[in-house]
Design a protein around this ligand. Sequence first.
Ligand code: ZN
Length: 1032
Amino acid sequence: MSQQGYVATPPYSQAQPGIGLSPPHYGHYGDPSHTASPPNMMKPSGPLGAATPGGMLPPGPPPPGTHQFGQNGAHASGHPPQRFPGPPPLNNAAPSYPPYSASTPSAYPSPGSTSSVTQLGNQLSAMQMNNYGSSMGAPNQGPPGPPAAALPGPSRPPPPSILQPGSQVLPPPPTALNGPGPSPMSPPTHRPDGLPGPAPPNAHYQPPPLPGQTLGTGYPPQQAANYGAQMAGPQLGYPGGFPGGPAQMAGLPQPQKKLDPDAIPSPIQVIENDIASRGGQVYATNTRGQVPPLVTTDSVIQDQGNASPRYIRCTTYCFPCTSDMAKQAQIPLAAVIKPFATIPSNETPLYLVNHGETGPVRCNRCKAYMCPFMQFIEGGRRYQCAFCSCVNDVPPFYFQHLDHMGRRLDHYEKPELSLGSYEYVATLDYCRKNKPPNPPAFIFMIDVSYSNIKNGLVKLICEELKTVLENLPKEEQEEASAIRVGFITYNKVLHFFNVKSNLAQPQMMVVTDVGEVFVPLLDGFLVNYQESQSVIHNLLDQIPEMFAESNENETVFAPVIQAGMEALKAADCPGKLFIFHSSLPTAEAPGKLKNRDDKKLVNTDKEKVLFQPQSGVYEALAKDCVAHGCSVTLFLFPSQYVDVASMGLVPQLTGGTLYKYNNFQMQLDSHQFLTDLRNDIEKKIGFDAIMRVRTSTGFRATDFFGGIFMNNTTDVEMAAIDCDKAVTVEFKHDDKLGEDSGALIQCAVLYTTISGQRRLRIHNLGLNCSSQLGDLYKSCETDALINFFAKSAFKAILHQPLKVIREILVNQTAHMLACYRKNCASPSAASQLILPDSMKVLPVYMNCLLKSCVLLSRPEISTDERTFQRQLVMTMDVADSQLFFYPKLLPIHTLDVKSTTLPAAVRCSESRLSEEGIFLLANGLNMFLWLGVSSPPEVIQGIFNVPSFAHINTDMTLLPEVGSPYSQKLRMIMSILQQKRPYSMKLTVVKQREQPEMGFRQFLVEDKGLYGGASYVDFLCCVHKEICQLLR
Ligand SMILES: [Zn+2]
């Protein structure tokens, strides 16, 4: 197979400028050894050398038995014991390390020989493209018929000849993705029919908008006016580019048979199979390179030397030995790291290691932290670094004898020797200005312009703060939170409040110079909530009254962030701003924005401009914020375009969160907003963080995606990072990797805790390396691949035309699968589509990504909504991106009300719905309860307490508490779906064949998209053809 014509590295995922040119920047700031480092400390090239003991890595599995960590007795003395969380019993019922041979599922459950590949050849090669069957009634019926010849009736059996290999390979579609432009993958000359142009636009298959219809949920109404007209036109670029069918099929002499959707790989099946084989089990991390259970499978993780998959997941757990091999397969090598992931109560929390004033033990050369991968030698006096091979002296305080296997006698007493993840107490060297940090502060900043007062939002926020402030995060052993709080309101000017505990009344100070914001008061602005409670409550009661008569419509925004940041700076503490804002900031001030939304740019090369901030003010502000440990979380309540690309930039780059409630209505949306607010205030979070990802010799981290800021190519700076945020890291080879030594990753996050302690959180993960492509494919994780592809593509849309990005995604998908087919699969007919077991659902998930509203260039979708979703995905972990791109669809009408488990999910396709059915759909942002027109009355009664379908008033975002078993069960299911998700999902009740159904149907991701985008079947066919083309 020729590699020519392929971009081995997608252009958008190339390393940032400067990578590999500037000398690596080691160590965290303040590290005294940093300046003493040799100028170029890149790992030496080449294998570790003969001196390296072959059995050095990975650390052998711990012996079965009852090793427990001591109560920190081995640690340096003189440190307050309360700093240690204290090892909880690892497992009351079982030894801490159950015999791994018995309890650990095999690293990669080997499927039966027949299931290792999915062979769909005959069906695919002869499939009928038009798979948009309709069971939904009116809106779907009677699409304009394509040419009759192109659509033979499904009942006509294919002639036997069609099954012969060779003759069935369809010509490539005239375009890969984007309409008439020729694709590099599929030159038009291959078209046997000679028909010019692309396939007819798939718009013909889309239901026309209903009269008076507005856009689906979540889209501002101001676009509704354009909607009908834009839907109908033939100007569709994107969907027409997919093999939508009739035109390209017309040239084929044979009648086509319909592809059975049940015969193509089902995400539900893959998820269920994994649950059946690995669900509920203990997954011990003692084996390097083992593939963890899927994110959709519940298991109990036991750290035995590698970081839990809750902290790190990889696109593949076996890296190719050489960069040539990596280029050949084009499988991204990436890790999705969620350093502050929430650990369930039945798993062990992180141990805290305290070496006192000496601080953590680190390699002299590469600064890697002591970890299970380090190899002790010379009777324990020295150790060889697993990352750079440097041999280091063991500091005297840290010396320990070795046992007959060369392992330290205290191996199981020290978390940093035997666990994948742990924390260190950081010394002053790791603190700004070499002094301990102050505890962080939260500043609440409320937009009190006219509309926010009028619609009651200000009152709602103030009322809620009175209760949520009782739950400020605190250390487990502490009685009260150390976090201080402050309050600012604003419209065109800023109001600071003095809420010092000894005041009878809060005092307001107005700052009118928004051009150069200063902080008018220090003492009394940031206070302890408990101490100032009465003054604060007094203030929160007064704020809605104070501005009740205000007619001020204009707001500022950048000066608000500036003010919060300056206040934190003045108090010399990190912190978080909670900003509640509604409108485009048009008042005269830095960061003033104008409405520059332009639908004409959609689907042009200039579309990227829509995703870029309007001015440089916000990026500069974000940089300042990160430098001072100021994270910004923004609650947006827009009723029209607010330029999320500009306003959301600071939250994005400072590790904050962006929440958006379109056309906020008090009655319907309060629940969602207040739930988000409570969760955000209470969630686990670290401040003023720097993350550094170190790797063993032969590869390195080259690109980072997430809510991060980077001043250089290696230090990932985060003003804050909370338990829901993940950073995706891409790796590239810079040398060969050895099969023996593997590929080791160490992620270190230096941060300030909510009580003001400086700590280091370390996660280690060992991956395998192989020179066999088969090993690489066997160890892939599709959910992590999609997370990587989504983030790299969403980052790239700032700089490249979306069309190019979509093409790259399709090409790379085909390439990965073609390489497998050519090098790993057993010989078979060319027409057969063969998918590696680990990538069975890659095509369907990739198609979901391609038709996400971010990548879909469609004017019907609001720019703000696309920008918002883009930003959310950039910080998602693997579980959240999996659900986001492939929503969960649950049948409700067949509920077993006595069961305590979730009903089995069904595939996201209209064909799985039925008129008699009721279905619940969730994607992490939205939840829909869909009601078929013939829903069983007893279920309707049970859920809504009304006698029939016709009686249901869908104008609700919360289900009534009926008290019936159906109601209780459904509400329980909804709360299970909501658990562990970073955003509160808004519920929309939709009736079949009524207008809001459109909002629901865009999530039936296996079907053709409402606004374009291929069906799963069509996309699979498109990818198959690309593969065939590659294999020629
Ligand atoms: Zn080293």
